[in-house]
Design a protein around this ligand. Structure first.
Ligand code: HEM
Length: 483
């Protein structure tokens, strides 16, 4: 077979890819060497801004298959009947470190799914944790600054990490989760995914439900101890990427079973926990898990940059029958992601193959901007028009949410059991004695590195408020490490 000819970006043949064109043998390089100029200039532009959080990640394609009828709760077409399959792309990630960071670290993991449905792409941008550190988006930039590199030292600083938590009692639940056994998953395949927020489902009759998503791994949960993780990071910083890539190449396709907790909308106001508080779970005894379907990953991307680095998920990408709840964190995220994509990837990021709808086409009057690869043909670019352009459906996408009261910077509404510590204490009390010991050792390992006593004391007070025994043990363990 004859070899394909190497070309410039405009498609012209390249005569020599080993020697630059020079003025005479050994002379200076000629400006007319288009191939050299193009090669060097393109190389300078290979990097784009990394994600401000979740920079390090791995992705794969797969599908979702409905196994149980949930049509009584949502009109979403991709969930409409048992056996229905929808293509998807999933990106896993760590949160705090930059692109070159290691995989096997103590950090939440991102679990972002893009379902390519016939009603448009539905993005469920979750984590491997059912709760989060904060409950108001206004705190997010401060939170992330405290967990990433310090502007002066250029390193992650225990002072900053624990100082933020000292001032954020609502973080106690998630900190307990993160410092516990599940804080370092053995691989992306061996952890659960959660939508974390409460979302709203609307059925064909217009009835509203609040739901929480749980993707349970079918590989079993496997985690690493701090010591095991340190050893792995020393050998292979890319351990999660290696594991996922190789499993799929070998045909060992990882899968997750999706369950939802469903709350009729009328029950939200009087529930004992604020159902829209991202630092709280809904105990399964209150709202049991109901199975929905199975998610399988069966294809690796061919090009990590094009398909994983340029993947753009937005919690604002809903489909009819699924919508936001009044969760303030979620509301903040509805703005943040598409804005981040416009900065990181450009205004036409939705035209990239990994982000574009696959089971339908986008028809709208948005035009132009950098890299406008899709001009949408010889059609009008305004609406309404008399030329058969796309028109609105007139159908509501989801049930309306009731609101009342006055505008203002309000704290979240209080429900019967809304303190910041009760659920953290419940999680602690659920743990076996060995789990408690590892949890306390992990916390003390970090907290003992903090330079200021007041920061340490505030954090211990939070653990003590969750459970007296928890606080006492952390205090003793920190003292033992500092003495
Ligand atoms: C990534 C903002 C909370 C999960 C990102 C990105 C931003 C962001 C700007 C980078 C997007 C990009 O450049 O592609 C925020 C804000 C939050 C918040 C403002 C709070 C108000 C959360 C929560 C979760 C979460 C609560 C999970 C429940 C993720 C995931 C990614 C991500 C999984 C990576 C998506 C991917 O793989 O491309 N976030 N985030 N974030 N966030 Fe958040």
């Amino acid at each position: 077979m004859s070899k394909r000819v190497l070309t410039t970006e405009s498609g012209a043949p390249v005569a020599d890819n080993q020697n630059s064109a020079t003025a005479g043998v050994g002379g200076p390089i000629l400006l007319q060497d288009q191939h050299l100029l193009e090669k060097l200039a393109r190389f300078n532009r290979e990097r784009i801004p990394e994600r401000v959080v979740h920079a390090r990640g791995s992705g794969a394609y797969g599908h979702f298959e409905v196994t149980d009828d949930v049509s009584a709760y949502t009109s979403a077409a991709f969930l409409s009947e048992v056996g229905k399959k929808t293509e998807l792309f999933l990106r896993f990630s760590t949160v705090a470190d930059s692109l070159g960071g290691a995989d096997a670290v103590r950090d939440p993991r991102g679990f972002a799914v893009k379902f390519y449905t016939e009603e448009g792409n539905y993005d469920l941008v979750g984590n491997n944790t059912p709760v989060f550190f904060i409950k108001d988006p206004i705190k997010f930039p401060d939170f992330i600054h405290s967990q990433k590199r310090d502007p002066f030292t250029g390193k992650q600083e225990p002072d900053n990490v624990w100082d933020f938590w000292a001032h954020s009692p609502e973080a106690t639940h998630q900190v307990t989760w993160l410092m516990g056994d599940r804080g370092i998953p053995a691989s992306y395949r061996h952890m659960n995914g959660y939508g974390s927020h409460t979302y709203q489902w609307t059925n064909a009759q217009g009835e509203a439900f609040f739901v929480k998503y749980h993707f349970k791994t079918n590989q079993g949960i496997r985690s690493l101890s701090a010591e095991q993780a340190a050893e792995i990071v020393g050998k292979d910083g890319n351990s999660h990427q290696t594991d996922l890539l190789q499993a799929i190449e070998r045909g060992v396709y990882p899968s997750w079973t999706l369950y939802v907790q469903i709350m009729p909308a009328a029950e939200a106001a009087d529930y004992r926990f604020n159902p829209f508080d991202l630092t709280k779970v809904w105990p399964h005894s209150d709202y049991p898990l109901q199975r929905v379907g199975r998610l399988v990953l069966d294809r690796n991307p061919d090009n990590v940059f094009a398909e994983v680095e340029q993947a753009a998920f937005s919690p604002n990408n809903f489909v009819p029958g699924i919508g936001p709840s009044p969760d303030k964190m979620l509301q903040g995220r509805l703005f943040a992601y598409a804005d981040a994509h416009r900065y990181r990837l450009g205004v036409n990021h939705t035209l990239l193959p990994v982000n574009a709808p696959k089971a339908t086409v986008a028809n709208n009057y948005g035009r132009d901007g950098f890299m406008a690869a899709n001009a949408q043909g010889r059609v009008k670019n305004y609406e309404p028009n008399s030329f058969d352009g796309p028109v609105e459906t007139g159908q509501p996408l989801s049930a309306p949410l009731a609101v009342n009261g006055y505008t203002g910077t309000h704290a979240a509404p209080q429900h019967a059991k809304d303190d910041d510590f009760f659920q953290a204490g419940e999680l602690y009390r659920l743990m076996s004695e060995e789990e408690k010991q590892r949890l306390v050792a992990n916390i003390a390992g970090g907290l003992s590195q903090v330079s200021r006593d007041d920061i340490i004391e505030k954090n211990i007070a939070h653990f003590a408020a969750a459970d007296a025994d928890y606080g006492k043990r952390v205090e003793e363990a920190v003292r033992a490490l500092r003495d």
